[in-house]
Design a binder for this molecule. Structure first.
Ligand SMILES: [Zn+2]
Length: 211
């Protein structure tokens, strides 16, 4: 059954941390926990289908782990840090600081969750496709592209509903988002905001095959 969920495209200029943009959900507001769960479930369902079309089998995440502060799971020798979300290839899991992500959700709208989770699951896809990149930034930009492609497919299928806006706006959410490998806000690590928006938009407009 397709769940009619709203995807709020965040206009950061109008949402500078004061009030939460209204939910576009027809049924009223989804809770933060529901949005996180839905973002994960729909993203993985999308990739399962994509892999099947390639004659492959998507391997679901082994775990999807909320944490607070420094209580998160380590990834090898890398401890989990506050204000972050990450994919760990060693355990094939995604973990996220739930307090931090809920604050983004509150301040920026649910679009933040629908960018960050698909981005991290994009890294899980890269791990399975064994996509080798020389530079971390290439992997990050591809994960942004994957997130855009997955989101547009979900919008086109009716599973999510995008309203008023421009997919580029979602990238402002990513600018505030975390990652394990290094400082998310370091352009050399993740690409400049313009590069990231372009990469996300390429996926959103042309699908994940364009990534
Ligand atoms: Zn990343």
């Amino acid at each position: 059954m397709i769940r009619a969920l709203a995807l709020v495209l965040v206009l950061l200029a109008g949402a500078c941390g004061v009030t939460r943009p209204p939910s576009m959900d027809l049924e009223g507001a989804d809770s933060f926990e529901e949005d996180v769960r839905t973002a994960r479930t729909l993203s993985e369902a999308f990739w399962k289908q994509q892999f099947e079309q390639l004659g492959r089998t998507y391997r679901p995440l082994t775990a999807f782990i909320p944490y607070s502060g420094r209580s998160g799971p380590a990834c090898g020798n890398e401890p989990a840090v506050p204000n972050n979300a990450f994919y760990c290839p060693l355990g094939h899991f995604v973990a996220y600081d739930q307090d931090w992500m809920e604050a983004l959700w509150t301040e920026m709208g649910d679009g933040s969750v629908y960018v960050i989770i698909p981005h991290e699951i994009g890294h899980a896809v890269q791990a399975q496709l064994q996509t080798g990149f020389q530079l971390n930034v290439q992997a990050e930009l591809q994960a942004d592209c994957y997130a855009g492609g997955a989101l547009s497919a979900l919008v086109n299928s009716g599973a999510l509903r995008a309203e008023e806006g421009d997919e580029d706006e979602l990238l402002y959410s990513l600018e505030a988002a975390g990652d394990p490998t290094d400082d998310w806000l370091d352009p050399s690590a993740h690409g400049t905001a313009a590069q990231r928006q372009a990469s996300f938009a390429r996926g959103y407009q042309n699908g994940v095959s364009a990534c």
